[in-house]
Design a protein around this ligand. Structure first.
Ligand code: XMP
Length: 320
C-alpha cells in the first residue's frame, strides 16, 4: 500500500531532498536509465535523477512513432537548454509491428508496455549496464490500474510483477506518493519552466490511446493532425486536457455533391484537478464550430466531428 502525500501536506523542498537522497542510496555507485517523454511526470523524474546521479543517469526519448507533431525534437532541445543530454531512440518500427492487427484496448496497452519495457528498454539496459529504471508513475496511475479500470503502461510492482525477473532491471518510482497537482507543485519548485510544470498531460501509450481499433501509421498521422489543430484552436482555453480521437466506424457524409463514407473525429476537453474525476469543459459553441471547420477541411477524409459531453465517470479521459 502506497502512502499518499496530499498536496496540502507537502513541503516541496523537503520532498525533492528526500527523493534525491532515496535515488542516490538505492542506485549507489551504479548506473540508471530513464525515459523522458517531455510530460511533467517524466521531466520531474529526469531532474530528480540528474540531481542524484549526474552523468550516471542515461536519459532517453523513445521515438515510438506515436508522439505529437514535432514533439521528439522539441523535448530534446528543451532539455539541452536545461543542461540534460537526451538520447533520441528510434523505435517506430518495433511499436507499429507490435500494434499490427491488435484492436482490443487492453491488448493495445499490453503490446505497448511489452515493446517499451521488454524490447526497447531491455536492450538499452543491457547496452548501458543499468540496474535501475527511474520512472514517473503517479498515484492515480496505480489506483486506476489496481482497480482494473485501465492498465496504465507503467504499473508493475503493485500488480505483483517482478520487473527484475520480467525485464532484467528494477524500477524506482519517486512520484508514486503524489498526484498530478502535487507533481506540478514540485516541478515548479525544482525550477522547471512553466511550459513543463503546466504542460497538459499526455499518456504514455501516446496517440494510440486516441485511435479506436487497429493502430496504423496512417491512422496515427490523421489523429496527429487533428490533435495539433485541437491544441492550437483551444490554446487559450484553461482546461486539464484537450484531445482528438479517431473513431473506427465510418459515417455517410457528402463532399462535392457526392456520397463520402468518411471518418469521424471526436473532440474531448476536460476540466479536472487530479484526473480521478473530470467534467467536460463548457466550450463556447463558436469555438467548437471553428475547430470542427478546420478539422473537416484539413484532415483528409473526415466528414464528422463531435464533442464529448459525458463526465468521468462513466467516461474516462482518453478513449482506450
Ligand atoms: P484516463 O483516460 O485514465 O486518463 O481517465 C487520466 C489521465 O491519465 C492519462 N493517461 C495515462 N497516462 N499512461 C500514462 O502515463 C497511461 O497508460 C495513461 N492512460 C491515461 C490521461 O492522459 C489523463 O491525463
Amino acid at each position: 500500500m502506497i502512502e499518499e502525500i496530499r498536496i496540502e501536506d507537502m513541503n516541496s523542498e523537503e520532498f525533492i531532498r528526500e527523493k534525491v537522497d532515496e535515488i542516490s542510496s538505492t542506485v549507489g555507485e551504479g548506473v540508471a536509465i530513464n525515459a523522458l517523454s517531455g510530460g511533467v511526470d517524466s521531466s520531474m523524474v529526469t531532474i530528480l535523477g540528474h540531481k542524484a546521479l549526474r552523468d550516471r543517469l542515461k536519459t532517453c526519448f523513445i521515438e515510438n512513432g506515436l508522439m505529437r507533431q514535432g514533439e521528439p525534437q522539441e523535448v530534446v532541445s528543451l532539455f539541452a537548454e536545461l543542461g540534460v543530454h537526451v538520447e533520441l531512440i528510434d523505435a517506430r518500427e518495433q511499436f507499429f509491428e507490435a500494434l499490427r492487427g491488435v484492436t482490443d484496448p487492453e491488448e493495445k496497452r499490453e503490446a505497448i508496455t511489452r515493446t517499451f519495457y521488454r524490447d526497447v528498454f531491455g536492450e538499452l539496459v543491457k547496452e548501458s549496464n543499468a540496474k535501475y529504471l527511474l520512472q514517473g508513475t503517479i498515484l492515480t496511475d496505480v489506483d486506476e490500474t489496481v482497480a482494473g479500470i485501465k492498465r496504465q503502461h507503467n504499473v508493475f510492482e503493485q500488480l505483483g510483477i517482478d520487473t527484475q525477473k520480467a525485464f532484467g532491471y528494477k524500477i524506482i518510482e519517486p512520484l508514486a506518493q503524489i498526484r498530478k497537482d502535487g507533481v506540478r507543485k514540485v516541478a515548479e519548485a525544482v525550477g522547471l519552466p512553466e511550459s513543463v510544470y503546466n504542460r497538459m498531460p499526455f499518456p504514455g501509450p501516446a496517440l494510440s490511446t486516441r485511435v479506436i481499433g487497429e493502430v496504423t501509421p496512417e491512422k496515427i498521422e490523421l489523429v496527429r493532425q487533428a490533435t495539433a489543430i485541437t491544441e492550437e484552436e483551444l490554446a487559450e482555453v484553461d482546461a486539464f486536457l484537450k484531445l482528438a480521437i479517431l473513431h473506427d466506424d465510418r459515417v455517410t457524409g457528402m463532399r462535392d455533391g457526392q456520397r463520402d463514407f468518411g471518418l469521424q473525429i471526436e473532440i474531448r476537453c476536460w476540466d479536472s484537478i487530479d484526473a480521478r474525476t473530470a467534467e467536460p469543459t463548457r466550450l463556447p459553441f463558436e469555438t467548437i464550430e471553428r475547430l470542427a471547420g478546420r478539422i473537416i477541411s484539413e484532415v483528409p477524409g473526415v466528414v464528422s466531428v463531435t464533442y464529448n459531453v459525458t463526465p468521468k465517470p462513466p467516461s474516462t479521459m482518453e478513449a482506450i
